[in-house]
Design a protein around this ligand. Structure first.
Ligand code: UDP
Ligand code: MG
Length: 316
């Protein structure tokens, strides 16, 4: 099979028939052998009925129905597990992403050797203030931290080589950083393609402004996991030692000053009357705590089922 199109959706009943017709037309024009996997993420409208109808008309339309609303990442994850196509396309169900982009994305994966191609909604059709500006700042941070030169990391329209999606695990709300997950898993040929973007025709956006707060927190978690996930002590132990050492030096300095004042019979105030005493005390305590967090981290990562999980590319 050439292409699997994975579409997570939550209450998008009005868009689905039009989306299917559009995709089917484009696929037909290019004579692709393809499947569509709709993942109904606990919709409370009639989305699932529409998917069932489509499946009856065309068996290459497949569906997964979640019992409740788990979120976009779990939906993508389940779709990835089921996908059989050589190239896997993800897109939103709300008609904001255009299926016309698929042939070119497919070509970039198959003929230009990309592992992953991310869409870039250069001209966005979302309400300006709540999305465009925060999105720019957010993408700039993501570029810095992930080292990936992408303008629109969270674009719903993306294409992958099948191997990529079978080797990464999207969870929580990590769908925003799939290119980074792929990079960490060793898939480094990651490209970008400008894609057209329409305004939402039906329904409303499912993500509020809190996406940016959560998005930032997830970015830091991923960065931490990628760098220190398998060796937490190297992070906590290092900073714990630095803190403790600075505190210890400060305590020595405080002690030395007291001792010096005593032997030279100059005025020797109580050591607790200088702020340095409290600073050094705090630093030593925090340093010890960080160090202990390192031990706990090691205990946890030792028990992780992924502690010996490696992406093996070839074996002879
Ligand atoms: N979506 C989903 N589960 C959710 C929220 C959203 O499957 O809990 C789907 C939604 O139906 C759409 C896609 O994810 O197909 C992108 O959502 P939306 O269009 O609301 O995001 P925006 O375009 O505003 O970024
Ligand atoms: Mg949308």
């Amino acid at each position: 099979m050439d292409i699997s199109i994975i579409i997570p959706l939550y209450n998008e009943e009005e868009s689905l028939p039009e989306l299917y017709t559009w995709i089917d037309r484009v696929m037909h024009e290019h004579q692709y052998d393809y499947e569509i996997i709709f993942i109904n993420d606990g919709s409370t409208d009639h989305s699932w009925d529409v998917i069932e109808q489509l499946h009856q008309q065309a068996p290459h339309v497949k569906g997964i129905k979640f019992r409740c609303n788990y979120g976009k990442s779990p939906a993508l994850f389940s779709g990835f597990e089921k996908a059989k196509g050589n190239v896997v396309i993800t897109m939103d169900a709300d008609l904001q992403d255009s299926p016309e982009e698929i042939p070119e994305l497919y070509d970039m994966i198959v003929n230009q050797g990309y592992d992953l191609v991310s869409g870039w909604k250069r001209k966005r059709h979302d309400s300006t203030l709540s999305k465009n500006l925060p999105s720019k700042i957010y993408n700039a941070t993501a570029r810095k931290i992930t080292g990936l030169k992408l303008h629109d990391m969270n674009c719903g329209l993306k294409a992958y080589r099948n191997e990529v999606i079978k080797n990464i695990e999207v969870y929580g709300e990590m769908h925003r950083y799939i290119p980074y997950l792929a990079k960490v898993a060793g898939f480094t040929k990651i490209g970008e393609k400008v894609v057209s973007h329409q305004a939402r025709k039906f329904g409303k956006s499912k993500f509020g402004i809190n996406r940016f707060v959560n998005g930032y927190l997830d970015l830091f978690s991923l960065w931490f996991l990628a760098r220190f996930g398998k060796r937490p002590m190297h992070f906590f132990g290092f900073w714990g030692s630095v803190m403790f050492l600075l505190g210890f030096i400060a305590v020595l300095a405080v002690g030395f000053m007291k001792w010096h004042a005593l032997i030279t019979h100059t005025h020797a105030p109580l050591i607790t009357s200088t702020p340095y005493f409290y600073l050094s005390l705090t630093m030593m305590i925090v340093g010890t705590q960080l160090f202990l967090a390192g031990f706990v981290g090691e205990l946890i990562s030792r028990n992780s089922i992924e502690r010996n999980h490696y992406n093996i590319e070839k074996e002879i």
